[in-house]
Design a protein around this ligand. Structure first.
Ligand SMILES: CN1c2c(nc(N)[nH]c2=O)NC[C@@H]1CNc1ccc(C(=O)N[C@@H](CCC(=O)N[C@@H](CCC(=O)N[C@@H](CCC(=O)O)C(=O)O)C(=O)O)C(=O)O)cc1
Ligand SMILES: N[C@@H](CCS)C(=O)O
Ligand SMILES: [Zn+2]
Length: 762
């Protein structure tokens, strides 16, 4: 029988139940038992929803209290020494969030998604063992509820490949022989408990593999295939490409392939499947558009004809972690638009409809197929999507629109004369604490319980207070604090034509933090200025330069659900033109520094190196289109965080921002080696405060980081700032940390003056 399978379900809860429980637990408002209760309820709801949707294969161990990569780290007992005194949840959350005594582990982007994982730290002296049986516990828990699940494990090779070595001369993969016995032991226990199949995720198979990684995969599965349960290897986020022979030659019983991103691989996969079960990832786990079921059935039928129904499974392309939970929780969407969409719950319905049709013919799921066909036709014909004026402007945009008037050196001189900033200028990234009262006021305003005037007055008050605090702290370049923004992408989406919004479309970004990606369904344009009034108001409160604060086109694209009826590059250019208009207006309003955040530029990089350049070309051009209309005196900043930037240095330089602020503190300024090696020409603010941790860094630690930075980058090109915005922090820690940051900058300034006196030029 063709089985309907799922690879993973969102765990944060349709109403963000887990988020609230976690944050209450961290605050000390509820105890561990209460957190465990909410987590167990969430797992139960998820299993029940999948069973009720008719799924034949339901995952377990796809749940996590923070992150599935960190869970694997905890399972292997790969706990860095600095957390040695801690155990249980205290150790687990300390690794994720840090404590005052121990810095958090690094966090970075999960492949090309906006989900962040905790980076494994691999060291030579690590003794690995099965330190937690969480996957087994979850399997037994589901079984107790009458659901025989397929446990999910993150594969050993991907876990190692995503890790960073902390020991000189040690490559993470060197630990494979220590990792495999732990996996084998766990797989043995799962088999004994009754698990017939286990899903092992090896998403690195969608990337270019090194020889060592390919070899590690061969060795790993030669061992693990003997360990007990049948293994289905899950690959996603792209095609197998030149890893196809490797993947199909591994001695596993099943293979899951992503046919949304790479439908063209189907025939090759089928030809090489041997006697494997093949799971067809036909329903998009990365986007919210309703599937074209007829098109998907064409692919599924080919697989059934080639392999027979018993060796075919129908599934989402990847875990549904990356889409919101339930479209039924969206009361505000009109019927036409709603008919175009499918969230996780609806995608389960698509999977089962497709599986039944693949076995028994379209008629077995006629209603679902007819609704899908109607949605496809309605979207194609809709007049809401196309705006000829936008298309014409987009077509008339050339590379010239993406170039500043003068080279950086000339601009720098003009900006120094205009801004008169000290050496090592201090600044922040934009947002200040989004405290409960700010969120509450916005919620009340949204519900109509707070008038427009009262809400504006409240926001002005917060902005005034924020500017006053920054002046008192002694920061050189100020920001308005972003109190009016629910999110740095959603806010702009709400003001741009071509975007739609959800009320509960939350997706986990990291830990308890969620985002509500807007939906880009049509041509994008800016009907009115979006930030100018706030920037002008904030600048009126101070003589110091106030940064205008915008989100860049690539990031808006990347953190939205994007229309799939035109190339992403075209949608990005439309957004860039809208941001360009805003940049123009900010400059006209007297704003002398404009920051255009592009934290997602790296995240959008294709997983295969062969596809990088064409992406980087249009992404960099989009940033240029957005930022280039200004005069030389106007300083353009950009900001990037929580990704691996080393491999895109030329593109970062080509963006030609006058100043880039970049997250570096968790990785101890490692990244600056890349800036130095590349000879990055413009100004840089390497983050000296890891803002994702509740830890307050002291002056000495920040001074030390700055000294490290000054060893890589000429001090006259350095800025001093945190890693990222401060929206998730509280005011006491912000004020303490920024006090230390300003002191650290002053200490370094003094050291530099002494140094210059000691080593006079010439
Ligand atoms: C910089 N980052 C961002 C990413 N992606 C984005 N789209 N945005 C980002 O900023 N990716 C990379 C990083 C990830 N980092 C973060 C950091 C912080 C958050 C975060 O704080 N998320 C919030 C939700 C933000 C939001 O949309 N807030 C809304 C709604 C707030 C809310 O929950 N309201 C309550 C009512 C409140 C009350 O009555 O007290 C409700 O609706 O129930 C708003 O402010 O209006 C989070 O809490 O998770 C995300 C990613
Ligand atoms: N300006 C944004 C950037 C976050 S990546 C902020 O400060 O929150
Ligand atoms: Zn950031």
């Amino acid at each position: 029988m063709v089985k309907a399978a799922n690879l993973g379900f969102p765990r944060i809860g349709a109403k963000r139940e887990l988020k609230r429980a976690l944050e209450s637990y961290w605050k000390g408002d509820v105890d561990e038992a209460a957190l465990d209760r909410v987590a167990a309820e969430q797992r139960q709801k998820n299993w029940a929803a999948q069973r009720d949707a008719g799924l034949d294969v339901i995952p377990s161990n796809d749940f996590s209290l923070y992150d599935q990569v960190l869970d694997t780290t905890a399972m292997l007992g790969a706990v860095p020494d600095r957390f040695a005194g801690l155990s249980g949840k205290a150790a687990y959350f300390a690794m994720a969030r840090g404590t005052q005594a121990a810095a958090a582990m690094e966090m970075t982007k999960w492949f090309d998604t906006n989900y962040h994982y905790i980076v494994p730290e691999i060291s030579a002296d690590m003794n690995l063992s099965l330190a937690s049986t969480a996957p087994l516990d979850a399997y037994l828990e589901a079984k107790g509820q009458g659901v025989d699940t397929r446990p999910v494990l993150l594969g050993p090779v991907t876990w190692l490949a995503l890790g960073k070595s902390r020991s000189e001369g040690l490559a993470p993969l060197d630990l494979l022989d220590r990792v495999l016995p732990v996996y084998a032991e766990l797989l043995g226990k799962l088999a004994k408990a009754g698990a017939e199949w286990v899903q092992i995720d090896e998403p690195i198979l969608a990337r270019d593999l090194t020889v060592a990684e390919a070899d590690a995969l061969r060795r790993a599965y030669a061992t693990l295939a003997q360990a007990g349960p049948k293994l289905i290897l899950a690959t996603y986020f792209g095609g197998l490409g030149d890893n196809l022979d490797l993947a199909t030659s591994l001695p596993v019983a099943g293979l899951h392939v992503d046919l949304v991103r790479a439908p063209q691989q189907l025939d090759d996969v089928l030809a090489r499947a041997g006697d494997k079960v093949v799971s067809l990832g036909l329903i998009d786990g990365r986007n919210i558009w309703r599937a074209d079921l007829d098109k998907a059935l064409g692919l599924a039928t080919r697989a059934v004809e080639a392999l027979g129904p018993d060796r075919v499974q129908i599934a989402p392309s990847c875990s549904l972690l990356h889409v919101p939970v339930d479209l039924d929780l969206e009361p505000d969407l009109d019927d036409e638009f709603r008919s175009w969409l499918a969230f996780a719950c609806q995608k389960l319905g698509e999977v089962t409809a497709l599986a039944r049709a693949a076995e028994q013919g379209r008629g077995a799921s006629a209603a679902a197929f007819d609704a899908s066909a109607a949605a496809v036709a309605s979207r194609k014909a809709s007049r809401r999507i196309h705006d000829p004026k936008v298309k014409a402007r987009e077509a008339a945009t050339t590379a010239d629109h993406a170039r500043r008037q003068s080279p950086f050196a000339d601009r720098r001189a003009a900006q120094q004369a205009a801004l008169k900033l000290p050496a090592l200028p201090t600044t922040t990234i934009g947002s200040f604490p989004q405290t409960q009262d700010v969120r509450k006021a916005r919620a009340l305003h949204r519900k109509g319980a707070l008038t427009d005037d009262a809400y504006q007055a409240f926001l002005k008050d917060r902005t005034r207070d924020c500017v006053a605090r920054q002046e008192k702290l002694g920061l050189d370049v100020l920001v308005h604090g972003e109190f009016e923004r629910n999110d740095m992408v959603e806010y702009f989406g709400e003001k741009l034509d071509g975007f739609a919004f959800t009320r509960n479309g939350w997706v986990q970004s990291y830990g308890s933090r969620c985002v509500k990606p807007p939906v880009i369904f049509g041509d994008v344009s800016r009907p009115d200025p979006m930030t100018v009034d706030w920037a002008r108001f904030a600048q009126s409160l101070t003589d110091r330069p106030m940064k205008g604060m915008l989100t860049g086109p690539v990031t808006i694209l990347q953190w939205s659900f994007v229309r799939d009826d035109q190339p992403r590059r075209d949608t990005c250019r439309q957004i860039a033109l809208a941001i360009r208009d805003e940049v123009d207006d900010l400059e006209t309003a007297g704003i002398r520094i404009i920051q255009i955040d592009e934290p997602a530029l790296r995240e959008g990089l294709p997983l295969r190196q062969g596809d990088w350049q064409s992406y980087l070309d249009w992404a960099v051009e989009a940033f240029g289109v957005a930022s280039a209309p200004v005069r030389d005196e106007t300083q353009i900043h950009t900001h990037m965080c929580y990704a691996e930037f080393n491999d895109i240095m030329p593109a970062i330089a080509a963006m030609d921002a006058d100043v880039i602020s970049i997250e570096t503190s968790r990785s101890h300024m490692d990244l600056l080696d890349a800036f130095r090696a590349f000879d990055y020409p413009n100004d840089i603010g390497p983050g000296v405060w890891d803002i994702h941790s509740p830890r307050v860094p002291d002056t000495d630690s920040m001074t030390e980081l700055l000294r490290l930075a000054a060893a890589s980058i000429p001090a006259e090109r350095l800025w001093v700032n945190p890693d990222c915005g401060l929206k998730t922090r509280g005011w006491p820690e912000v004020e303490a940390s920024l006090t230390h940051l300003v002191r650290a900058a002053r200490t370094l300034r003094a050291e530099l003056v002494t140094q210059l006196r000691a080593e006079p030029v010439g």
